[in-house]
Design a protein around this ligand. Sequence first.
Ligand code: ZN
Length: 92
Amino acid sequence: MVVTCSHVDCREPAAYKVAARWSDGRASELKTYGFSCSDHLESVFRESEQRRLDYPPSPGEVLEEIAIYRYEPGKRDRQLQRLWGLEENYRT
Ligand SMILES: [Zn+2]
C-alpha cells in the first residue's frame, strides 16, 4: 500500500510525515497528523498545528510540538529522520 499526501485531491506519494510525540508518562509514541508530498508540506503542517490546538491532550498526557519527518516506507517511527530545518520555515 502506498501512503499518499493528505492534501485534498492530491494523490502523490507521501514524502513527509507530520506528527507529534505523545506520552502519558509510561508509553510514548508518534501521533500522526498527516502525510505530505513535497508540494503540500506547508498546508499539511498548518492544518496539523490547528488540529493539535483543537484537540489538546488530557491531563497527565504530554503532546509535543508538531514535527516533520522524512517519510520512508517500511521504516519504524523511531528510525525516521526529523527535519528540524524544514519545521522552522512553517512554524507559526
Ligand atoms: Zn500533495
